[in-house]
Design a protein around this ligand. Sequence first.
Ligand code: NDP
Ligand code: 8X3
Length: 251
Amino acid sequence: MPSVLITGATSGFGKAAAMRFAKAGWSLILTGRREERLKALESELSQHVPVLTLTLDVRDSEAVSKALGELPEPFLPLTCLINNAGLALAPEPSQKVDLKDWHTMIDTNITGLVNVTHAALPLLLAQGEGASILNLGSVAGQWPYPGGHVYGASKAFVQQFGYNLRCDLLGTGVRVTDLAPGMAETEFTLVRTKGNQEASDALYRGTTPLQAEDIAEQLYYLATLPAHININRLEIMPVRQAWSAFAVDRD
Ligand code: NDP
Ligand code: 8X3
């Protein structure tokens, strides 16, 4: 039975991916900080597939390496790692941002992703052919926009780290993909605005954003491609989102 480790399974893409992979009969290792949500997911999905929940913060490298170093037999070798845990903070311009918010994004989106990848690599190499690392990048990693600052830069790291990993993993069979979504309706904007439900609702109102299930479907597609195919980067936007013109400062 193939197994998938999903970081940030308590909400959004991670939760939807847990449902999608469970539907296909995969064993699930689900992580996040909110234990109650993990337990609720476990009690629902463990009726169908083996589920292991790990309550941890991806920023804590010791906790991550301990937890992944002790995975029980039914979850090994690991077929797929979905590095999904992440967040944006501080939609305001750089000159108004609290430095702590920049640090939180770097610690989660970069250091956290690196922590999990480092601990999971031996488990994926044990699988070899057909194994995958699916990293949640973002359109913000490729395209600049006001208020994107460290969030976009952290996702550019995710892309380049993935490409460099591919070079090192050549010959092992382990694949790496940067899945880069645009606007998707999850708790992402609620987190970014520190709990401003109205701002979150306003962003998604009157348009048709991606849904978490759309991204879960892409993750499942990537994880089940024939073993000789590696999609390096997959950027996906809602039809009702596109780029905009360059901004110009005028007198
Ligand atoms: P959500 O806020 O709905 O989910 C984020 C998940 O990350 C939660 O399960 C949260 O769990 C987890 N998480 C956050 N910080 C930590 C941490 N320190 N340790 C462990 N888990 C953590 O957002 P999305 O589902 O939208 O986002 C998922 C990923 O997709 C992120 O990397 C995001 O940057 C990226 N993305 C999102 C887009 C969007 O428009 N929604 C578009 C492009 C990319 P908990 O709080 O329980 O720890
Ligand atoms: C999240 C998508 O457009 O807010 O990564 O940057 S966007």
